[in-house]
Design a protein around this ligand. Structure first.
Ligand code: NCD
Length: 309
């Protein structure tokens, strides 16, 4: 089997198409494992992983924890709310304290963009970025592409629109990098105020009309409005946002074609997506969650095999 070109997963920006292919092949194997009656392999019995979550998370944290357990790694969990970070300790001190307990890998979610890169330069462990502010969320983008590949056969050549709050979304940026790396065509759609200036430089097109974007795409990835990252208003009212950028069944039915609907969660039902769409056969939202465990197992397994060398 091949090996990753990197020792850390800090962002999709830093990996290659070959890395993505290797992660997906490995995830195929682990997906088969987690559907067995005994969902565990002994591969990482000698690896200890610390999950450091300095920002809220449900899905991503549980998904990493399950991935680690199914690889038989030892793991410890830390969440900022109950830690000494509140007492003024620096990130490096916190992490070095944890590493002195002989931890091999750190999975970290942090509100500051670049926190993972910073850590990888200062501590001696393999770092996995589980979301750094509005910057990147590489494992989410990998599981999203993996889910497209599973549903449509391949990612290359597919038309994917990412809808919503592109400006504040790490899921959007990592997805753009991942989809372009694999040769998909990407559009972003949302209020002009929530689309970063010069985003075309990343090789994506901007479409502010949701109907037109949907007529073009094979896959629509609906994002949540990241209210927690906004200190000013970016659109007049939620009602107006829903009218222009919310996905509902009437709109989907009027298209006369089938589109695959994705969402990274957590869903705000009735805002970016209505319940009848989220719960419909077109939506692969729960497949994404299931694939998340297999993809994270693959990432951890491949990074751990580089530590062991
Ligand atoms: C996303 C996140 O936290 O970046 N959720 C996730 O990881 N599944 C997206 C979001 O919070 O809207």
């Amino acid at each position: 089997m091949g090996e990753l070109s990197v020792n850390h997963l800090l962002g999709i920006k830093y990996i290659t198409k070959e890395d993505v292919d290797l992660i997906f092949e490995t995830a195929d194997h682990f997906k088969e494992v987690i559907n067995r009656p005994i969902k565990k392999v002994p591969s990482l019995r000698d690896i200890t992983i610390a999950n450091l979550f300095f920002e809220n998370s449900t899905r991503t944290r549980l998904s990493f924890e399950l991935a680690e357990k199914r690889l038989s790694a030892d793991m410890v969990n830390f969440s900022a709310a109950s830690s000494s970070v509140k007492k003024g300790e620096t990130l490096i001190d916190t992490v070095n304290n944890i590493l002195s307990m002989k931890v091999d890998m750190v999975v970290m979610r942090h509100p500051n963009p670049g926190a993972g890169v910073f850590l990888s330069q200062h501590v001696n462990a393999s770092i996995v970025n589980a979301g750094d502010g509005a910057h990147e969320h590489p494992t989410q983008a990998l599981l999203d592409s993996y889910s497209i590949r599973e549903k449509l056969g391949e990612v290359t050549g597919k038309n994917v629109v990412i809808v919503g709050d592109i400006l504040h979304s790490r899921v959007a940026l990592s997805n753009i990098f991942a989809l372009k790396l694999q040769g998909a065509n990407v559009k972003v759609c949302g209020p002009k105020t929530l689309i970063p200036k010069h985003i075309e430089k990343l090789g994506v097109e901007v479409e502010t009309n949701l109907r037109k974007a949907l007529e073009w795409c094979d896959v629509a990835n609906m994002l949540r409005v990241q209210n927690e990252r906004m200190d000013i208003s970016y659109f007049p009212t939620t009602r107006e946002y829903v009218q222009q950028f919310g996905l509902n069944k009437n709109l989907l039915d009027s298209l006369d074609k089938e589109i695959t609907i994705m969402h990274p969660g957590p869903i705000n039902r009735g805002i970016e997506i209505t319940s009848d769409v989220a719960d419909s056969d077109h939506a692969i939202i729960l497949d994404q969650v299931q694939n998340g465990v297999a993809v994270r197992m693959a990432v951890i397994y491949l990074l751990a095999s580089k530590i062991k060398q």
